[in-house]
Write a protein that binds this ligand. Sequence first.
Ligand code: HEC
Ligand code: HEC
Ligand code: HEC
Length: 89
Amino acid sequence: MKKMLAIALLLAFTAGTAIASDTVVMKAKNGDVTFDHKAHSGIMDCKVCHGDAKPGKVELDKDAAHALCKDCHVKKSAGPTKCGECHKK
Ligand code: HEC
Ligand code: HEC
Ligand code: HEC
């Protein structure tokens, strides 16, 4: 029992420190995109976006971002798919 609590605390601690910020604002000239990192991390594995490597900075250009973000929203019928729903001026 004690051991399980220790593991739970350890997991909570590492998860808390691994994520630098809850929301990330991604700059785009047609309107910045506010990405809720915490909410996404809660509903999917880190690997979905960060791959097998240790999660950290991700380089996303327009095409990579649209392929990652938009395609999943379309597939799941959840999350924004229209330009203005992500790009806010
Ligand atoms: C699911 C969210 C999402 C949707 C929907 C979306 N975008 Fe994006 N878009 C992004 C993200 C994230 C980036 C990358 C921002 C970065 O690299 O900092 C981006 C980048 C871009 C860029 C490059 C901006 C720059 O400054 O280089 C353009 C142009 C763009 N999108 C146009 C569109 C258009 C047009 C639509 C609708 C057809 C659209 N986007 C729909 C999330 C989205
Ligand atoms: C839906 C996609 C997605 C998921 C899921 C996700 N991340 Fe991220 N993560 C991103 C994006 C996008 C960035 C910001 C990229 C940038 O601006 O460099 C980021 C940034 C980070 C950073 C760097 C933060 C900084 O300020 O430098 C860390 C660390 C990180 N993520 C860890 C995690 C961990 C740990 C998980 C799983 C619990 C996770 N991420 C899940 C997309 C995701
Ligand atoms: C593997 C699937 C997946 C990926 C990848 C993904 N999303 Fe999402 N996203 C979702 C789902 C599912 C929701 C809806 C969550 C809900 O309604 O509770 C969502 C919701 C959102 C919302 C709306 C949140 C709100 O506060 O209403 C935004 C904005 C968003 N995503 C942006 C992004 C951006 C930007 C990326 C890429 C960096 C991304 N998403 C990558 C699945 C994904």
